[in-house]
Each structure stands twice: as structure tokens, then as C-alpha cells.
Design a protein around this ligand. Structure first.
Ligand SMILES: Cc1cc2nc3c(=O)[nH]c(=O)nc-3n(C[C@H](O)[C@H](O)[C@H](O)COP(=O)(O)O)c2cc1C
Length: 303
């Protein structure tokens, strides 16, 4: 997730047994122009596996070049191509992300050429379709499989839905029935019960968690425990604080204190959602200027 799934956060998700983590989406052109903000997003830790790096773009050549660059310059396990982003800057201005859902032939050309250009597995993330009158995930998924992709993630909302409205899990089920490569279901998995329900209902091979992982990497432990018939571990305040500090330290390691603190002003409060004083915590954290100030704020939290 853009702005969220930094290396620091991904490592925590892996600690909590996420099966696979993804980078933020990374612009193919940004990679080619060697833009520092873009190439920073390719930063991985040595032990950060399995990891997919996700790229986005709208033309075969630039995506192929970016894919080759990623394979050559990172130790990622999988290359993922974004065909789901609904943000106007990406899908209207750049005709990338979910705009590709309107052009299945271009999807085929992109995927087949990227697959031919790299030796690591290639995955593609799609949406149900552009809008409710053009739901074409099954057609697109079949083309992606024919083009040689190793797996598909389907976010079961249309581009017009953005991130609201209900995800239509029937589409995930239909995609799963139509292809033989692994299908990862996405949309509205909010806890261990919904993860189980999605797996049962759609028969997809794995579930992807987006928003509910934010400030809550513990969700991966809960889901694994639930699916393995184990007791689900409830998170304590001290564990939350510990992970919060680990996340902040990971950001400082990569970006230095000033930038890390500024990134964390937005992300940090999500760890304390649902706490008695969550709005005060949010407001205090949003004004913090240093590592020490952040630590002082959370030391006072005991819920
Ligand atoms: C702030 C934000 C940033 C996101 N960035 C990306 C991204 O970079 N790449 C991507 O494939 N999906 C991205 N997504 C979409 C999520 O991965 C996911 O598909 C979507 O939120 C639906 O899943 P959920 O219901 O579990 O949140 C983003 C979503 C949000 C809310």
C-alpha cells in the first residue's frame, strides 16, 4: 500500500507470519529516470522474504525495462504488476493501474513481454472491472494466465467503487473457477473470520489484507492461528507499544529520524485505534517532532 508498506512495516508483517508481503506500487518511469524517491521504495532488508515488488505503468516498453531493473537491482522474489489503482493521477492521467482493465489486449501484451524479460515469477493485481457495466475480471484473468503470469490477485471492487462499497466475492470465485494459476482474493478481509469465510466461499488460494493490516500486523498471527485451529492470541498494550517502536526504529534506520518521525505522525496513531484516548493519542502523535517526543507520548498509554 502506497505510503504504508515500507520495509520496516513489511518486516513486522513477516514476523507475524504474513505469507507474502508487497512493496508500495512503484512507477516504471520513476525507476527509469532513477528518481531517488522512487528508487528508495526498492529498499529491502536482507531477510525480508518472501517479497513481491509491485510496479505500475501503461506501456509495454517502460514496464519491461522497469521489471528488468527490479530483477537486476533487488533481491525480490516476485514481480507484481498493478492493474488496480483507482487514483486519478495514476489511472486517468497516466492510463496505468485500473485503466488497463479497459484494454485487455494491452494487458496481454504487457504481461507476456514482462514474463519473457525476467526470470522471477510475475504476478498481476487486477480489479473486478472499470465499473459495474464493464466487469471483466474473468476475461482479463484468463488472458493474464495465457500470458504466462504465475498468480493473480483480484481486488473484488470496480474502479468506480474505489475503496468503498462492498467487495463482491462472487467475482473472486468466478476468477478462481476460470484459471489454474493461484488466485489471491482481496477486499473486505478484516479479521480471522472474514479470512476464513473468503477462503471457504471463493476457494481462492490465499487472501490479501489491505487496510486492516495498518497498525494491526497482529492480524496475520490471528488468521494463521484461526486457520490452524489454534487459540487466537489477543494483543496486549505492551506488545502493541513494542511493535510500534520497532516500526518507528525501522523507518529511522532507512530514512533517518526527521523523515521517519514525519512519516510516522500519520501511521503511528493507527496502532491505537479503538483505545480509550485514541483521539488524544492521535492528536499528540501528529504533532511530535522527535523520536523522544513520540516515546514520551506512548509511555503514558496504558489503556
Ligand atoms: C492508502 C492505500 C494505498 C494503497 N496502495 C496500493 C498499492 O500501492 N498497490 C496496490 O496493489 N494496492 C494498493 N491499495 C489497495 C489495497 O492493496 C487493497 O487492494 C484494497 O485496500 C482492498 O483491500 P482491503 O479491503 O483489505 O483494504 C492501497 C489501498 C490504500 C487504502
Amino acid at each position: 500500500m502506497a505510503g504504508i508498506t515500507s520495509s520496516a512495516f513489511r518486516n513486522i508483517c513477516l514476523d507475524y507470519k504474513a505469507g507474502l508481503v508487497f512493496s508500495e506500487m512503484i512507477s516504471d518511469k520513476g525507476i527509469m529516470y532513477d528518481n531517488k524517491n522512487t528508487t528508495d521504495l526498492l529498499y529491502l532488508e536482507e531477510h525480508e522474504h518472501p517479497i513481491a515488488i509491485q510496479i505500475f505503468g501503461s506501456s509495454v516498453d517502460t514496464l519491461v525495462n522497469a521489471a528488468i531493473y527490479v530483477e537486476k537491482n533487488t533481491k525480490c522474489d516476485i514481480l507484481d504488476i498493478n492493474m488496480g489503482c483507482p487514483v486519478p493521477k495514476v489511472c486517468i492521467r497516466s492510463k496505468a493501474g485500473s485503466a488497463l482493465m479497459k484494454n485487455p489486449q494491452l494487458i496481454y501484451d504487457i504481461v507476456s513481454n514482462v514474463v519473457k524479460s525476467v526470470s522471477i515469477p510475475v504476478m498481476v493485481k487486477i480489479r473486478s472491472g472499470w465499473d459495474e457495466n464493464s466487469i471483466n475480471a474473468v476475461e482479463v484473468a484468463k488472458l493474464i494466465e495465457q500470458a504466462g503470469a504465475s498468480a493473480i490477485t483480484i481486488h473484488a471492487r470496480t474502479r468506480s467503487q474505489g475503496y468503498s462499497g462492498k467487495a463482491n466475492w462472487d467475482i473472486i470465485k468466478q476468477v478462481k473457477e476460470s484459471v489454474s494459476i493461484p488466485v489471491i482474493g482481496n477486499g473486505d478481509v478484516i479479521d480471522e473470520i472474514s479470512a476464513y469465510n473468503m477462503l471457504e466461499y471463493t476457494k481462492c488460494d490465499a487472501v490479501m489484507i489491505g487496510r486492516k493490516a495498518l497498525g494491526n500486523p497482529f492480524i496475520f498471527r490471528r488468521i494463521n492461528q484461526y486457520l490452524n485451529n489454534q487459540n487466537v492470541t489477543n494483543t496486549t498494550t505492551s506488545e502493541i507499544k513494542e511493535v510500534f517502536i520497532k516500526h518507528l526504529n525501522g523507518l529511522i534506520k532507512q530514512y533517518g529520524e526527521k523523515t521517519a518521525v514525519s512519516i510516522f505522525r500519520g501511521i503511528g496513531p493507527t496502532y491505537f485505534k479503538g483505545f480509550k484516548d485514541s483521539s488524544i493519542i492521535r492528536s499528540n502523535l501528529s504533532q511530535a517532532k522527535s523520536y523522544k517526543e513520540i516515546i514520551d507520548i506512548i509511555t503514558l498509554i496504558n489503556n
